[in-house]
Design a protein around this ligand. Structure first.
Ligand code: SAH
Length: 406
């Protein structure tokens, strides 16, 4: 038991108490009625309701709009051992889920080891790519525990190397500096991993986010049956995740399009590595322009993938974001052959499943196509969703079949 008197106490306003008691770990600045005691940014605080009933323990950053993030509903001591145990549990969950018997850091595959709120470690993201760990501590409250986190990752995952990717702009909102680099022994930052038989090339140093988007792993596998012998457009391809999977499945031709030449370099390297050069083509371009061009030139594909970056970074941007999603989906529907497939994603947490489906319905109506949903999918299970914490469920993925008649 921790000494309750030594911990600062944060009292909630009534509306926050309701949401927080439903299981949500965030307390916003305007939901705090009072703070008793001195709090240094990042300190552990005790959260109590209006009637002084214990709610939980979390870390506080008065600089951040999300002022407290709860770590537990129990009255325990939050220390290095607590954080290490959370990391261990997160790793154990992946081991059992994916039937990995040895340490995950010795696996040739890729896994998200820690998914922030989804693993009850708000602010912490850890990915492992073929034995190389990349982590981000995105809040001040979790950044404080970096040493314990790194030592737990080393001990429980036994990785071949660790890289810190804290060059994330969101850290500045927390009063943290952007920084990145090797932790411990340096290694070649361009690593390889196996994703269902595809050798994927990941640049942990210069790649986007942590280097690779593991959340789409199962979806890349799910589209294989659609792609054999087909022409495929992988729009917003990044390092070619979907395109490589399609080509491995026997697609006749895959065109990867991305604005980032560096991303396509990784895709090209992977195509060569997998002996898929003959089927894969690459184009550095804006997808909005390319879709318009294909429509004008009557160029059609059997399968079109759309996996844009998050267009809505806040709920305020929702309307504009939905207009963007609708534009690319509508244009994509137009260039899918009659009876072909559109595999479309949104990774924006501010767009709900319902809003995404409605947007697709609008797009289908406007381009006078009949579209049926073949499959509704989401993020892989190593990005677990916590009920009552809608932010943890962010990826929407739909396989749609598109028909010319209406
Ligand atoms: N499909 C990828 C992930 C895509 S991430 C995978 O399976 O791994 C989104 C990608 O869209 C990024 O690589 C980014 O460079 C690219 N991008 C963003 N805006 C774009 C635009 N307007 N046109 C083309 N690519 C864009």
């Amino acid at each position: 038991m921790a000494d309750a008197r030594s911990r600062p106490v944060v009292r909630l306003t009534p509306n926050a108490r309701h949401r927080v008691l439903q299981g949500h770990p965030w307390v916003f600045s305007n939901e705090i009625a009072s703070v008793d005691g001195h709090v240094e940014p990042g300190d552990i605080v005790e959260v109590r309701d209006r009637r002084d009933k214990f709610v939980g323990l979390g870390y506080m950053n008065p600089l951040s709009a999300i002022t407290v993030r709860l770590l537990t509903r129990h009255d325990v001591e939050i220390n290095g051992a607590f954080i290490r145990e959370r990391v261990r549990q997160a790793i154990l969950y992946r081991e059992s889920l994916y039937g990995e018997t040895g340490p995950l850091g010795q696996s040739p595959k890729g896994y998200r080891l820690v998914f922030s709120e989804g693993d009850f470690l708000p602010g912490l993201i850890v990915d492992c790519f073929g034995g190389y760990i990349v982590f981000q501590t995105l809040t001040l409250g979790i950044d404080r525990w970096k040493e314990d986190i790194v030592s737990a990752l080393s001990e429980f995952a036994e990785p071949k190397g660790i890289y810190e990717r804290n060059d994330a702009p969101v850290r500045e909102l927390e009063g943290l500096k952007q920084t990145s680099g090797f932790v411990g022994q340096p290694f070649d930052p361009v690593v390889e991993m196996d994703e269902n038989g595809v050798t994927v090339v990941v640049d942990v140093q210069k790649g986007q986010k942590t280097g690779y988007f593991l959340d789409q792993t199962d979806n890349r596998f799910a589209i294989r049956a659609l792609c054999e012998g087909k022409t495929v457009l992988d729009a917003f391809s990044y390092s070619g995740g979907f395109g490589l999977s399609a080509a491995l499945a026997g697609a006749e031709q895959v065109l990867c399009v991305d604005v980032s030449d560096a991303a396509l370099d990784l895709a090209r390297a992977a195509a060569t590595r997998n002996g898929l050069n003959g089927a894969m083509f690459f184009r550095v371009a804006n997808v909005f322009d390319v879709l318009r061009e294909f429509e004008a030139g009557n160029q059609q594909f059997d399968v079109v993938m759309l996996d844009p970056p998050a267009f809505a970074r806040s709920r305020k941007m929702l309307e504009r974001a939905l207009a963007g999603y609708k534009e690319i989906n509508l244009r994509a529907m137009k260039i899918v052959k009659d009876g072909g497939f559109l595999c479309t994603s949104s990774c924006s947490q501010h767009v709900t499943k319902e809003e995404f489906d409605e947007m697709l319905e609008d797009a289908a109506r406007d381009c006078r196509k009949t579209v049926r949903i073949v499959e509704r999918r989401g993020q892989r299970a190593d990005h677990p969703v916590v009920l009552g914490v809608p932010e943890t469920e962010y990826l929407k993925f739909r396989v749609c079949q598109v028909f010319d008649f209406r």
